[in-house]
Design a protein around this ligand. Structure first.
Ligand SMILES: Cc1cc2nc3c(=O)[nH]c(=O)nc-3n(C[C@H](O)[C@H](O)[C@H](O)COP(=O)(O)OP(=O)(O)OC[C@H]3O[C@@H](n4cnc5c(N)ncnc54)[C@H](O)[C@@H]3O)c2cc1C
Length: 497
């Protein structure tokens, strides 16, 4: 926030009447907006703004800009950040959620090749609306109850990214209210600088209010496999084979390629995929080897491809070096597959296990250094320190599916791996121990010269952000000066505030 020492900080009580009506000071509302999924940071905003149209957002931003001491504005989708990225304690949380109620049915409109959606919409609702037309977005996150604006501000990745790129690579057009309060429609050919700025832009340059997302024909069913390895290099070799299949052959390859690491750490360990009767032998494999690597493969099909799906699948996995007695398969509907994380999250929620700190770490690791990462991080830090991690994901993506003009940053290699530690801290001191381990992992990478990039980063100083962006920093700074010169938007990222 640009501060003017001669003026007092802003108070919501000074807001003009039209805006004041939409600024909530209700303690319960403020409490809900003061934390996020991470339950690690806590910041109480001065007010929560409930817009009923894009014009309300424009008015709020213009009003803040007009003050000698502008207040910050933190757009909030589903509040599923883990380290306060959507919070503010010297400004207003902009609750995107209510916007859909006022769109009069225009919140999700499906066309033949794309869907127009309000940025406040959840991906699960986008999926359900498009499926009615036999269509689907192509690139996904694992969890579907995230807002479109929230994931597009980061990247939006999962096992579909190797083929279609992150969700930000599948956007055709956006409506954005900039930090100056201008409503701009932008695309690769129209106001392209703003388009590329906000995709992966961590909410720094504008509020995304609408997005046009590319669609393709929807499959109806999925062959969903998990294949176990105890040898890290066989595991990664096979993952890389699977993500290059489309490029190298005429045959249709896998549609979803991800990976999990089962580590011999204290419970909880996410084993919900596997049949109950197999859990004892899975657990003993993990105890014996310390780390077991699992490829997650999804192959989509429909009535047209049903007759040859088994044959195609057999051909695809022939030659892979997984342990044959540790191969697990399910056959489920496409919608169930995309929404597969819901069951686990609901289980946690209904057992009161969700409202605890989540000291997650997400990293992009360059392919050339993944064995060093396996030895130095997974074996020497994670296994030895014995801190619970419910789930660890690890899978490769193709760099050529990302667009470097966007604000997101990745390692500069053709293939890089996404690593995610999904942790929930229940015991005293566990959150501090996990955060210390996260730091140690980053330090290890730095000392070993592993050019990893943090995804969903939460640095506390601008110096760290400068390091994070590397050669992109000047571009990010110029974009901020152009689109949000008073540094009003998304202060919780701590890049400019
Ligand atoms: C259970 C769970 C599973 C997840 N799975 C995945 C996954 O598989 N893949 C993946 O890539 N990520 C995943 N994430 C991370 C997730 O994509 C991000 O946390 C994302 O920001 C969540 O969206 P949200 O609507 O909750 O955003 P919020 O947390 O509300 O906001 C995130 C940031 O974006 C800004 N923002 C929000 N809306 C807008 C907007 N309309 N315009 C501009 N800026 C905006 C906010 O100010 C904030 O800085 C997961 C998170 C959780 C908790």
């Amino acid at each position: 926030m640009a501060t003017n020492k001669d003026s007092n900080p802003w108070s919501p009580l000074q807001a003009p009447k039209e805006l004041a009506q939409k600024l909530s000071l209700d303690p319960q509302t403020l409490l809900l907006a003061s934390s996020d999924f991470g339950f690690i940071e806590n910041k109480t905003p001065l007010a929560v703004f409930e817009p009923s149209s894009e014009s309300d957002i424009i008015d709020l931003i213009k009003y803040s800009n007009s003050l000698p001491n502008p207040f910050t504005i933190a757009p909030r989708g589903q509040g599923h950040s883990t380290h306060g990225q959507g919070l503010t304690n010297d400004g207003v949380v902009l609750n995107m959620n209510g916007l859909g109620d006022f769109r009069n049915g225009s919140e999700i409109v499906v066309y033949d090749e794309y869907v127009d959606v309000g940025a406040e919409q959840l991906w699960i609702d986008v999926l359900r609306a498009t499926l009615k037309h036999g269509l689907t977005p192509l690139s996904w996150t694992d969890y579907m109850y995230l807002s479109v604006g929230g994931t597009l501000s980061n990247a939006g990745i999962n096992g579909t990214s190797f083929r279609f790129g992150p969700q930000i690579s599948n956007v055709l057009q956006l409506d954005v209210v900039t930090g100056k309060g201008d409503l701009v429609t932008c695309s690769p050919v129209n106001n392209s600088e703003l388009f590329y700025a906000v995709l992966g832009g961590l909410g720094q340059f504008g509020i995304i209010t609408k997005a046009r997302i590319a669609l393709g024909p929807a499959p109806t069913r999925v062959k969903w496999l998990r294949l176990f390895y105890t040898d890290f290099s066989e595991f990664t070799k096979d993952q890389e084979y699977l993500i290059s299949f489309h490029e190298k052959t005429e045959t249709r390859g896998a549609d979803h390629v991800a990976g999990y690491i089962l580590a011999n750490l204290p419970p909880p360990r996410d084993v919900s995929f596997y049949p109950e009767q197999d859990l004892p032998r899975i657990n003993s494999l993990v105890s014996k080897h310390g780390l077991v690597y699992s490829i997650e493969l999804g192959k989509f099909y429909d009535t047209n491809s049903q007759s040859h799906i088994e044959e195609e699948l057999a051909k695809l996995i022939k030659g892979l070096k997984f342990i044959p007695t540790f191969a697990f398969e399910k056959d489920i509907s496409y919608e169930e597959f995309q929404n597969r994380l819901r069951v686990d999250i609901e289980f946690l929620r209904s057992n009161g296990l969700l409202n605890v700190p989540h000291p997650w770490l997400d990293l992009f690791v360059p392919r050339s250094r993944i064995s060093d990462f396996n030895e130095g991080v997974l074996k020497d830090i994670v296994l030895k320190q014995n801190i619970p991690s419910a789930s660890i994901i690890f899978y490769p993506m193709n760099h050529n599916k990302w667009d470097d003009r966007m604000s997101a940053v990745t390692p500069d290699e053709d293939i890089f791996y996404a690593l995610g530690f999904f942790r929930a801290s229940f015991a005293n001191g566990e959150v501090e121990a996990s955060e210390a381990q996260n730091e140690e992992i980053l330090e290890f990478c730095k000392d070993a010269g592993i050019q990893a990039k943090v995804y969903l980063a939460s640095y506390k100083t601008q110096e760290k952000w400068v390091e994070h962006y590397g050669s992109k920093w000047e571009l990010i700074k110029d974009r901020k000066d152009e689109f949000d010169p008073k540094k009003i938007l998304s202060p919780g990222q701590k890049i400019f505030n």
